[in-house]
Design a protein around this ligand. Structure first.
Ligand code: NAG
Length: 182
């Protein structure tokens, strides 16, 4: 009799197992909603979404975590753009005026990649939102200074634009945090 009860319970568990294994999925689907909801509240929905989805931790992150992922993505893309600028300078096939502009852009980008953004990310992690906003806004200004010297056809312009858009997304999410959204 007792064995049969155990077997029945086992049966029940086996029946429920597929549903239990769905629980994490349900969980992550509601978190996907947080990602989408959040991105809808930023000026660049698609860029926000693709940056967040490229991180495996976004599905389980809260708003603060999402802000950190985007801020990391700003740094990563700024770093890539700096590498691109340095490669163009190394090849040095540009005319002197373009080369001068690229050298100036490198000078603007280096402190952004080395100090400004890492410090902003650190501030964000510690919850010092005002300082994070200050750093990311400064990065946007510096990159704007670089773009002013380049033509739109410059291969660096695309990187400048993406970094600026990602930074704008980061600032929008931090603003949500400051307002106590979600
Ligand atoms: C920038 O990229 C280089 C490799 O391209 C890497 O060694 C470096 O750690 C990166 N810097 C930051 C701040 O992410």
């Amino acid at each position: 009799m007792r064995l049969r009860t155990t077997l029945n319970n086992l049966h029940l568990i086996l029946l429920l197992l597929p549903f239990l294994s769905l629980l994490p999925l349900l969980h992550s689907s509601s978190d996907r909603n947080l990602v989408e909801q959040t991105c809808h509240l930023t000026p660049f929905y698609d860029i926000c979404l693709s940056a967040l989805r490229s991180s495996p931790t976004s599905a389980t992150s809260d708003l603060h975590g999402l802000a950190q992922i985007i801020a990391g993505s700003v740094l990563q893309n700024a770093n890539q753009t700096l590498s691109q600028i340095q490669q163009l300078l190394d090849r040095s096939t540009a005319d002197p005026k373009t080369e001068q502009s690229l050298a100036y852009c490198a000078e603007l980008y280096i402190p952004v990649v080395k100090y400004t953004l890492p410090q902003a990310i650190d501030a964000l992690r510690r919850g010092r939102l005002g300082f994070a906003v200050y750093g990311i806004s400064d990065a946007v200004d510096e990159i704007g200074g670089c773009q002013k010297l380049l033509s739109l056809e410059s291969p660096v312009s695309e990187g400048n634009k993406l970094v600026t858009s990602l930074a704008t997304v980061a600032l929008a999410i931090i603003k949500l945090l400051q307002k106590g959204f979600f």
